[in-house]
Design a binder for this molecule. Structure first.
Ligand SMILES: [Fe+2]
Ligand SMILES: [Fe+2]
Length: 290
């Protein structure tokens, strides 16, 4: 099976809103047209969006985003990000608007594909407003989480087979970015300790959990954990417009990284922070049973 992974489109974000690299402001419709052609060219059957589809999750933005993703011509599964949950009713809006698209799913899903399982989860967020699928845009401080029910559900989903590879998608990364990647003095973008420990505990229990797809940090990075790779990916809406191709055959997962063509004129990558697009080992990898 061939799966495409994109993340952090941030529909509606401006050049001033937080990013790791220059953002293609207003680029999502063009990017989705380019993606559709690219998917056809590579015979990709399924798309996973790692979340932060929109920048602010108003009804209008969700409506636009679901229409754009619904036009990709194959099933699309979304792990909603914090930016997709900025209103109290955002999660419900996603469900009703995704439900109007033939191919779009934005809720926790366990899917058995021909060569692997795909498991998609949406994070909870801990803010001054409480814990849940709600993240007010200006809320500080905040951190990612996952509920006990979701952890049990993930554990049960992974327990349905012994060796068949499983690919898990969840917006918030479960590992920090190391100095070896960033060149910084210390770890960068450190996940909440409780969240990371809870996820690692469940994933480590199942050897078939071979690939974890996250977004949120807008950086392409692969962390090897025994026979598993925890992968984060840069924003498809920031230079150099990266997309992942995941090919699963005979128990082996091959990941390659591509770009959706040239960025618009003037959108130049910040070379001093070129590591956001990943090193060679963050871009291309083979994950085989140990
Ligand atoms: Fe993001
Ligand atoms: Fe995020």
């Amino acid at each position: 099976v061939k799966i495409a992974y994109i993340t952090d489109t941030h529909l509606g974000a401006t050049a001033e809103d937080w990013s790791q690299q220059p953002r293609w402001v207003g680029g999502m419709p063009a990017l989705m047209r380019r993606l559709r052609l690219w998917l056809d060219e590579h015979d990709v059957e399924i798309v996973v969006h790692g979340g932060d589809v929109v920048h602010a999750a108003t009804f209008g933005q969700i409506q636009l985003a679901t229409a754009l993703m619904g036009a990709l011509g194959r099933p699309v599964f979304v792990s909603l990000g914090n930016h997709d949950l900025t209103e109290r009713d955002s999660y419900q809006q996603w469900q009703s608007l995704a439900g109007q698209q033939r191919w779009l799913t934005a809720q926790d899903t366990h899917l058995e594909l021909d060569a692997c399982d795909l498991i998609v989860l949406t994070n909870q967020w801990v803010t001054s407003e409480g814990v849940g699928m709600y993240w007010p845009l200006a809320t500080r401080p905040y951190h990612e989480a996952i509920s006990r029910e979701q952890l049990d559900w993930l554990d049960a989903a992974l327990a349905t087979h012994a060796t068949r590879p499983a690919v898990v998608a969840i917006h918030a990364p479960i590992d920090p970015l190391p100095p070896a990647l960033t060149g910084l003095d210390s770890l960068y973008k450190i996940p909440d300790a409780g969240y990371a420990a809870a996820m690692h505990t469940v994933l480590d229990r199942h050897r078939r959990a071979r690939l974890v797809l996250s977004g949120h940090n807008h950086v392409s990075f692969a962390q090897r954990q025994g026979g598993r790779v925890d992968l984060t990916t840069s924003s498809v809406g920031e230079t150099p417009l990266q997309v992942r191709l995941i090919e699963v055959t005979g128990g082996v997962i091959q990941v390659t990284t591509h770009t959706l063509g040239e960025p618009p004129t003037g959108l130049v990558i910040d070379g001093a922070r070129g590591w956001t697009a990943g090193r060679r080992e963050d871009r291309t990898m083979k994950i085989a049973p140990d």
